[in-house]
Design a protein. Sequence first.
Length: 220
Amino acid sequence: MALESRWEAAPAVGIVIVLQLIAATLSRIHGWDLAGLGWWVWLVPVAPECSLLIPLAASRRKRTVTQDGERRRMVIQLLAVTGIVNAGVLVALVASLLGGTTASGGELLAKAGTVWITNVITFGLWFWVFDGGGPTRRRLDPQRPRDMQFPQMDSPTLAAPGWHPHLVDYTYVAFTNAIAFSPTDVMPLSRTAKMLMMFESVISALTVLLVAARAVNIFR
């Protein structure tokens, strides 16, 4: 988990933080708000996300399975906070849309894009952490029951020997689920995976169907 955490997961969280800082900067410059909340609302999730970087980027040469389990629990807790805050930002965005306080299409697209990309990366991390007990358990016990079924697992000849999913694979799953609102080539097997995909689709649907559609109308 250490290598994947440092070179894949930590940069992914860093991208989310940068996007939210950009959204906060644009909101402050242009005087944008969210349902009466100021530009600072975009900075609310930055604190837990910065905390999330610590367990993801930290690495020790000798790390026991127990220590990895503790780090996994910490990552799950921080991901939960990040997801809840992002959902709250979406609710505020929809409220400002319904209240008519958001005037420009560019403003809507900037806000919706930040929420949508954050949603994709966050759920990519959720899938990566939950599937088969996390990256460490997946590597230590390849026969462990999985939460998600990749095509390479059904047809090993399609992949290189020893293939296993990385964060980029789970982020791709999150991206396609956010676009199609349903599984594509990777099937959820457990109830946990199904619930995660359902929640991601709901957030994505609200963002795309309500906010983006309204932005297109404004541009007209």
